[in-house]
Design a protein around this ligand. Sequence first.
Ligand code: AMP
Ligand code: MG
Length: 477
Amino acid sequence: MSFKFINRYPDWLPPEAFFRQKPMPMKSPVPLLINTQLAQAFGIDPEWLASGSGTAMSVGHPLPPGADPMALAYAGHQFGTPVPQLGDGRALLLGQLPDQQGVLHDFQLKGSGPTPFSRMGDGRAALGPVLRELLVSEAMHALGIPTSRVLITAKTGEAVLRQTGPEPGAILTRVARSHLRFGTFEYFINRHDLDGLKAAADAAIAWHYPELAEYEAPARYRVLLERVIEHTITLVTEWLRVGFIHGVMNTDNMMLSGETLDYGPCAFMDHFSAQRVFSSVDRGGRYAFNRQPYVAHWNLARLAECLLPLMEEDALESVIEIINAVPDQFQAGHDQMMRRKLGLLTEQPTDTALGEALLAAMEEAQADYTNTFSAIGRNEPPAWMADWWLKYEQRLGLEPDQPRKRQSLMAAANPVVIPRNHLVERALHAAENGDLSPAENLLAVIQSPYQDPGRNAQEFLRPPQPDEIIPATFCGT
Ligand code: AMP
Ligand code: MG
């Protein structure tokens, strides 16, 4: 294999933004799941990746050519509390490679050993959470939602100690557009480092919003904020479209690129519950399903505070206006998303209420979120929605007579397959016991989420039986 990493971070960010660190030694990593599609997107031979030397090099042993491994520093608000310094405590950025379109992506190890930012942690990762990140992020990508992805997962052969006892250790290689977080900006603000702050903003523009170069300097940073707001609203609305609950929307897990990052105690919802929480540590429900837009708004306000010193002296008022406009933008985005799910081609003032009535009835009936929309798409209303269906049919009366267009709108908005939590957990358990086939099968099916997987794979569509429901997820750190 011939590829060569570069590392753009030392060129763009000041030295206090990263700490150079070698990955911990590892005997002979054994490949678990490999992301063939992602490998191909970077021109990496999947067979090489699965070979002993390919696996070892892709998890940093030896370091691939050009890699300049480093732990990145950042800060963040965790569950609303400011933490002046966090940083990569169990991850190391190797550098960047271009994909086949020439777009640079960060490659980062997770579970690669302690760094100066590890605090009380061991710097390691366990097999379960590592495979979970690959499965769920790949589902997210296949659903068409911006996300980091996982190239390869491997067993380290070493046990890691977690709450419930020793677990098999593992490592993954994550691929993301960048690792510039809202928390990166909070880090510089906390240090009163305006040069570092400007460097991070310039990096965000160059890497993600190069079209902003045409704006004059102070105004450019206000437009940067507006772009990040747009991307964040789109991202979170898309999560709601597919029933995803991120679980840890701390500002250090929110990206300037608008990608989903940090798959910890996240989950896709089965039966609809607006206030659903999976994370075992989110006791107050701060990051519940229906709170995600509010939290995103709050997080965007934190980013806006950070960017303010880079803007015009009198920018405060306009920034307040920009931030205050976020809830209405979310509502408009949500309405638009719900129209797609319901196959509505036109806009009517009653659409918000129609969507809300459906969700309320769905919650009352404890109906499955994914399967309910599939049923609506097939024109097969479940019994519990009889009253709502009358309103829906009335609403359809205001639509142009274009049934095919309506069908294709719905088919593209309503997934048939999501990585259901009980199936993910089952696959992880099997993998812990040495059987990778359930994880491989699940991966294969979630890679085409808008297609019925066929007669032999209907188990992937079935909601969990009461005794199969996984009530909580753990981030496993
Ligand atoms: P996360 O919940 O993954 O966003 O992690 C929050 C912070 O805790 C980050 O700074 C991580 O690097 C750190 N962290 C999480 N797990 C570990 C671990 N096992 N060892 C060291 N640091 C960790
Ligand atoms: Mg994180």
